[in-house]
Design a protein around this ligand. Structure first.
Ligand code: ADP
Ligand code: MG
Length: 254
């Protein structure tokens, strides 16, 4: 069984098909990149997986479970976390508080026990802090912990968003353009973080990314999408040298 299996996905906005019969599957532990020109439908696929958008037809199975039968908040609890193309964080809160919010899907105690601050709540609080510390260490972000997100550089904010997603302890991480807006040095750092996330945490990663250098460094497989349709799937070199993919980037119709 594949970790993520998408079959015959169709999604339309007011009659215009943004995703037209897309099928692909991602194996556990893989780094899977989705590339394609602007408007190809890449973010729409992520929004369909997160259940922000409802497809017209098709199927999205995560670890064998149909996500289209679930609501958005239920998808979070299955072990899927994501980042957004436009960073979405609590700008006026500290890094630490943003990461603690990332733990929200893991909160088990109810309002009643929280009110009385039972030992179980204390234990849980300790557990959340410990996990957040681990992620801050992993991404070398300890020095930013008490800083307000709004005061950070763009690159650091992107890291906070990645960290927040990791705090949910996902098994599948969806990253929408993790390197966009980063300088070359930050992009290199990002490739190391993503490698560590794959190797040390065993997380499966699906990422939308334009930087082919980054894709080449970390992706096991690449899917090229254009006009809501799959053009090719293969290794980075296979996909990059595919004439249909090249034509799509040039805007040439076949
Ligand atoms: P990509 O991420 O590959 O650049 P998107 O998935 O964001 O592309 O968009 C694919 C297509 O769907 C585009 O034509 C875009 O205009 C359209 N689209 C995306 N989201 C919406 C929306 N909420 N309402 C209407 N059209 C949308
Ligand atoms: Mg996009």
């Amino acid at each position: 069984m594949s970790e993520l299996e998408i079959n015959n996905l169709v999604l339309a906005f007011g009659g215009v098909k943004a995703i037209n019969d897309v099928s692909f599957s991602v194996e556990r532990g893989e780094v899977y990149a989705i590339i394609g020109p602007n408007g190809a439908g890449k973010s729409t696929i992520f929004n369909a997986i997160s259940r922000i958008y409802t497809p017209k037809s098709g199927s999205i199975k995560f670890q064998g479970r149909e996500l289209l039968d679930m609501q958005a908040h239920e998808v979070v609890n299955t072990g899927i976390a994501r980042t957004f193309q436009n960073i979405e964080l609590f700008e006026n809160a500290t890094v630490l508080n943003n990461l603690l919010v990332g733990r929200a899907s893991k909160v088990r105690t109810g309002a009643f026990s929280e009110f009385f601050f039972t030992p179980r709540v204390r234990r849980e609080e300790h557990e959340h802090r410990k996990k957040v510390e681990e992620i801050l260490d992993l991404l070398a972000m300890q020095h930013h912990r008490y800083e307000r997100v709004a005061d950070l550089s763009y690159g650091a904010r992107k890291n906070v968003e990645l960290a927040r997603a990791l705090c949910a302890e996902p098994e599948l991480l969806l990253l929408d353009e993790p390197a966009s807006g980063l300088n070359p040095e930050e992009t290199t750092d990002m490739s190391f973080w993503l490698k560590d996330i794959k190797e040390e945490l065993g997380v499966t990663i699906v990422m939308v990314e334009h930087d082919m250098n980054l894709v080449g460094r970390i992706a096991d497989r690449v899917l090229a999408l254009a006009g809501g349709e799959v053009l090719a799937v293969g290794s980075v070199t296979e996909v990059q040298s595919n004439p249909i993919v090249q034509a799509a980037y040039l805007g040439v119709t076949q």
